[in-house]
Design a protein around this ligand. Structure first.
Ligand SMILES: Cc1cc2nc3c(=O)[nH]c(=O)nc-3n(C[C@H](O)[C@H](O)[C@H](O)COP(=O)(O)O)c2cc1C
Length: 399
């Protein structure tokens, strides 16, 4: 039995619901001509595989879908990236159904695995699609309406279509609640690592905030130096040392916490890609099992099998990348700690100067206190960061 119970399809404009366990697969050549149609897809689409094979994929297109969505789909695929989008499709009997369609590149075209949609993102997409349709019927081009969609996502804090695709797949996949026993451990590992990397990001942010707070101290020292004239000459030199060290710290912090290139960002990216690849692989694995249970006539499931293997390999590769990025973190933490100790020398020099100027209100005591607080806070955060990084390595090596 495939995943869909045999019910007599309704005729005309009725919604066909997609069962949770169904995975609707199809593959195309590079131009979008169908080369494979899985049994769940044929059942819901109310077509035979023969009718779908060699047809352009737009055969299932529904007029309620904005052109901008397909513009974005092709634009993303042609850039070599996978995409997820909610899609309303028309069936052969003029009924319709909604799915979350996940599309990736294969060796010689594309493949899609579609599942039942249900989360809050589905409602969000439907309301955005209504506006896109209105814009398009008012004369906006597909490109314009696609760009409008991207702007809407950015306003909601979703920076690009890749992030949105991963979010959609992850939330619908989790909501669907089907995880094969082989995948349980890997998804649990990824969730644990995501938790640890999120904690590490908070710690790094904490260091950065503290750092920004004491970043202005060299200026304060220079102002003091000016005020104290000859007596303050040493403060000018101290402030220069401080500046140089702070700059080095900033660069190190960037290696850890940089938005695009830092080790933590690399880990998040690898986690997100790896998770999406494994989720897609699981859907294909389920589709393969459905095909084996109820093969479609003349069906060539090689495309499912090959892509399943490819995606599992992508996931393994991403796990290796997480490990590599994780290994660089204790080193960065050690270097940061050395710079903090360097700042301690500055603090000591300030103390000496403050002692020498006991009779003047130099303002140095305030600077010393702020440096001390920064030092203590950063030391604690760095120790926690290193501990979390080794926890990640332990979990990876135990896997
Ligand atoms: C692997 C793959 C799967 C696709 N699945 C669908 C689909 O389920 N529904 C759909 O309307 N278009 C799908 N498309 C996009 C169609 O090729 C086409 O761009 C779309 O229907 C819009 O048609 P139009 O450009 O003629 O307006 C898919 C494309 C690919 C490469």
């Amino acid at each position: 039995m495939n995943a869909i119970s045999k019910i007599t399809p309704a005729r005309g404009s009725e919604e066909r619901s997609v069962p949770r366990e169904a995975v609707l697969t199809s593959a195309t050549d590079p131009r979008g001509v169908i080369t494979f149609a899985g049994s769940d897809f044929c059942d819901i689409a109310e077509y035979s595989a023969d009718q779908l094979l060699n047809a352009p994929h737009k055969i299932v297109r529904h007029d309620d879908m904005p052109k901008g969505v397909f513009y974005l789909m092709w634009d993303t695929l042609k850039a070599g990236k996978p995409i997820c989008a909610y899609v309303k499709n028309r069936t052969a009997n003029d009924n319709y159904y909604w799915v979350l369609a996940n599309v990736t590149l294969t060796e010689n075209g594309y493949i899609s695995a579609r599942i039942h949609p249900e989360t809050k993102y589905f409602d969000l997409a439907k309301s955005l699609y209504e506006e896109m349709l209105a814009m398009e019927s008012g004369g906006k081009s597909p490109e314009d309406s696609a760009n409008w969609l991207l702007t809407q996502l950015q306003e909601k804090g979703i920076p690009n279509i890749e992030t949105f695709s991963a979010l959609l797949l992850d939330s619908e996949f989790k909501n669907r609640g089907i995880v094969t026993p082989q995948n349980e451990a890997i998804f649990a590992l990824m969730d644990e690592i995501t938790g640890l990397v999120t904690d590490m990001q908070k710690l790094a942010k904490n260091i950065e905030t503290g750092f920004k707070r004491v970043r202005g101290e060299p200026v304060n020292l220079r102002i003091l130096a000016g005020r104290l004239e000859g007596a303050g000459a040493a403060l000018g030199t101290i402030s220069q040392n401080y500046d140089a060290m702070a700059q080095e710290m900033y660069e190190l912090l960037g290696r850890l916490y940089g938005e695009d290139t830092g080790a933590l960002a690399d880990m998040f990216k690898a986690l997100s890609h790896g998770r999406s690849a494994q989720q897609f692989a699981q859907l294909l694995g389920e589709a393969i099992a459905h095909e084996n249970d109820s093969p479609t006539e003349g069906s060539q499931i090689d495309v499912l099998i090959n892509q399943h293997a490819r995606l599992e390999a992508v996931c393994e590769q991403r796990i290796r990348e997480i490990s590599v990025a994780g290994k660089s973190i204790p080193d960065i933490c050690r270097s940061l700690r050395r710079r903090i100790n360097g700042l301690d020398v500055v603090k000591l020099l300030c103390k000496v100067e403050s002692g020498r100027m006991r009779e003047v209100d130099s303002g140095l005591d305030g600077i010393i206190e702020r440096l001390q607080a920064f030092h203590d806070n950063t030391d604690t955060s760095l120790a926690e960061l290193s501990a979390k990084a080794s926890q990640i390595q332990q979990k990876m090596s135990a896997f």
